[in-house]
Design a protein around this ligand. Sequence first.
Ligand SMILES: *Cc1c(COP(=O)(O)O)cnc(C)c1O
Length: 364
Amino acid sequence: MGGSELKYIKEAFDTNWISQFGNNIDHFENILEEYLGENSFVAALSSGTAAIHLALRLLNVEEGDFVICQSFTFVASVNPVLYLKAVPILVDSEPSTFNLCPNALEDAVKFCLQKGKKPKAIIAVSLYGMPFMVDEILEISRKYDIPLIEDSAEALGSKYNNQACGTFGDLSIISFNGNKIITTSGGGILISKSQITKNRTIYLATQAKENEDFYSHSELGYNYRISNISAGIGRGQMEVLEERIRARRENHVFYKELFESFDDLHLFSEPSAKFYSNYWLNVILIDGEYWDKKKMRSIFYENSIETRYLWKPMHLQVLYKDCIFFGSNISGAFFDRGLCLPSGSNITENCKERITRALYDYRN
Ligand SMILES: *Cc1c(COP(=O)(O)O)cnc(C)c1O
């Protein structure tokens, strides 16, 4: 935690606004709207998954509709498509950002059109904090007039062309789950381009209760609003966001220097000056004969250093095995060859020395 979170929680307790209304929610949304920049309308929700679910509802996704999704992601990006009994069409990644491949995306769009059914949405993800190829993906979204949902759950603070992630989609989402760069303990936001859409989001998130003096409902809603307590945590966390981004980007510089002397270990970095990543996680791809991912993981583990596998792409998951997939399994190769390295905002110099030592011990 950053320090001020308890103050805002106490405010909520002192004023007895501990539920889904209150000052913290209003402030948290305003702070984020200011942070994200012009024309961003933020609705605070109980999770990032809820935000994706509502984004699909706002786009009128219904049973049997096609929704195109990046395959290489955390399962929460795609599950809401199944909540609505729609059909996910999975698309591979390209190697420069790890994210949605524009060529495979266009193939998927053409396939859907040939089937006589225009996809209702494209879900593109900024995985590990790295923006996807925004210009190229937006071009396809506009060319075929298919709305873009930007899943920037992991990318608060990242930018593309100096514009904040969370502002590129027709609808965008950010998560404040415990594992993200900042957290509300659990929470998320849906970012839209109008006050009307924001209001409709909040309405759907509060059981679609209509403005009457009795309980009046003509649409299906959800219990997806954030609590005033969680929003208080979020207010406090926003005060330390810049500091967290700085620390994560410093971790990346450390890894960059470390891996310069290892030709067959490729650290995943910003492909050009257009991209600015919060480097939520640092990821390496392991090439060649010498390095073995499992062995490397166990050596780190013996030194009490945790590494993790990359997200396993959806087209390789049992849950999504019957989905149509476009691409050449580039993301599958990432999964086979990749490792996530310790990347928290609180990594000390001592930790960095231990990581360096473990790596050199393994090579020698
Ligand atoms: C965390 C995450 C989500 C879901 O967010 P929650 O707040 O945990 O529901 C969605 N997509 C991606 C890529 C994520 O990492």
